[in-house]
Ligand binder design. Structure first.
Ligand SMILES: Nc1ncnc2c1ncn2[C@@H]1O[C@H](COP(=O)(O)OP(=O)(O)OP(=O)(O)O)[C@@H](O)[C@H]1O
Ligand SMILES: [Mg+2]
Length: 379
């Protein structure tokens, strides 16, 4: 059996011994795990004592009270993250105000268990944590063996889908309990939010499916001549509702009527992701200009926006899987950081190039060059 080391930092002896008792006979078992996982519990009465243990040995999970006699839980959280970034931290506290919760999450707390908790509540939190740790370790092991993608898929899916599922469940419960009275109109906002969450989940799943498809090299359909203008117009149409909401104006400028030999789904993915980004990272009232230019042996697709821009030092990472820029302007914008990595894979498949030019605060232009366009017969 595998053992995870749990450190409980709490000044109440009853909580520490309670956790030790609950976990002493508890094991986690999943169909995809070879072995059961059990727990060894270490206890610390103060933050200082907890830190000593963290400095001495590797701890998998810390259950951390916020209200401690000396150093406070939230400060300890930061120190633990510096010393053992891999350690997962669950805050256990009866004093959790919204402020503490937000701060703890932004520093990297993995979960919250409000006090007083039942044995079942503690067990479910640890079950989640164990699954997360297991998948993380499996991924890193398999990465070395070159088979990472299937497990990355599982890991990301389990991680990313948890939050929207919880949110939608919460909204549905509000509806079931008639929390806002009998008038259906009062529920319009939570229904809208649920729809947004579902859209996010769908786009993540689609992205991941695209990614695994390119990783395995399987292409489901046969190449054909694709009318690039029709494809661009249909992609613009798809993003219209979101663009209207953000008051972003999308325009197509095309100086030639050509076809590209390829698979429609793949070219759609290029257009969809670049238009989606150009709208998503734009400003209210901004513009997106898409230029399609033919230049003899190649066709250029330029996606230019008047959005928040990208700092020079971030550019080298843009095409990495799961990379997202985190700053005040991107806060609150949802995404999985997969779009551009998928676009890059497709462009490579077509032996094309992708370049980016940007100025923070002014806008960004992505330029894709694809070789061998085919002139349409009537030209
Ligand atoms: N046009 C743009 N303007 C400013 N920043 C951009 C633009 N396009 C991409 N970015 C930055 O690059 C990051 C990676 O983009 P990418 O499309 O790969 O992922 P995403 O948009 O976060 O998520 P997804 O496309 O998977 O839903 C984004 O998170 C964003 O920070
Ligand atoms: Mg994107």
């Amino acid at each position: 059996m595998n053992i995870l080391k749990i450190l409980v930092v709490d000044d109440e002896p009853g909580i520490r011994s309670g956790v030790a008792r609950i976990l002493s006979r508890f094991t986690v078992d999943y169909p995809f795990m070879d072995e059961q996982i059990g727990f060894e519990v270490l206890e610390a009465e103060t933050g200082e004592a907890g830190l000593e243990i963290i400095e001495r040995e590797h701890i998998d999970v810390v259950l951390l009270d916020n209200k401690l006699p000396g150093i406070q839980g939230i400060d300890l959280l930061e120190l633990i993250k510096q010393r053992q970034p891999e350690t997962l931290i669950t805050m256990i506290t009866s004093h959790a105000s919204l402020d503490v919760a937000i701060k703890a999450t932004s520093i990297g707390a993995y979960d919250f268990v409000p006090k007083p908790f039942t044995p079942q509540e503690l067990k479910s939190s640890l079950e989640n944590i164990t699954k997360h740790l297991f998948l993380k370790r499996m991924t890193s092991k398999l990465q070395k063996e070159g088979k990472q993608i299937r497990f990355q898929f599982l890991q990301v899916l389990s991680h990313e889908l948890k939050a929207p599922i919880n949110a939608i469940e919460g909204y549905l419960n509000m509806l079931l309990n008639k929390q806002f009275g009998d008038n259906i109109e009062n529920y319009a906002e939570i229904a809208q939010r649920s729809v947004e969450r579902l859209k996010g989940m769908r786009s993540l799943i689609m992205d991941l499916l695209d990614l695994t498809r390119f990783e395995t090299g399987k292409t489901p359909s046969t190449p054909q001549e694709i009318d690039i203008k029709a494809l661009a117009l249909s992609a613009i149409d798809l993003h219209k509702p979101y663009a209207i909401q953000k008051d972003v104006n999308i325009k197509l400028h095309i100086d030639c009527d050509i076809c590209i030999f390829g698979i429609p789904d793949e070219l759609e993915i290029i257009f969809n992701n670049l238009i989606s980004n150009a709208v998503k990272y734009n400003k209210q009232g901004g513009n997106v200009d898409i230029h399609i230019r033919c230049d003899g042996a190649e066709v250029s697709l330029i996606f230019k926006d008047t959005g928040i821009g990208i700092a020079e030092e971030e550019m080298k990472n843009l095409f990495r899987e799961f990379f997202r820029i985190k700053n005040a302007e991107t806060k609150g914008i949802q995404g999985s950081g997969l779009g551009l990595s998928i676009v890059k894979k497709i462009v490579d498949l077509y032996q094309g190039t992708i370049d980016v030019a940007s100025e923070p605060g002014t806008g960004t232009a992505f330029t894709i060059k694809l070789p061998h366009p085919v002139r349409k017969d009537n030209e």
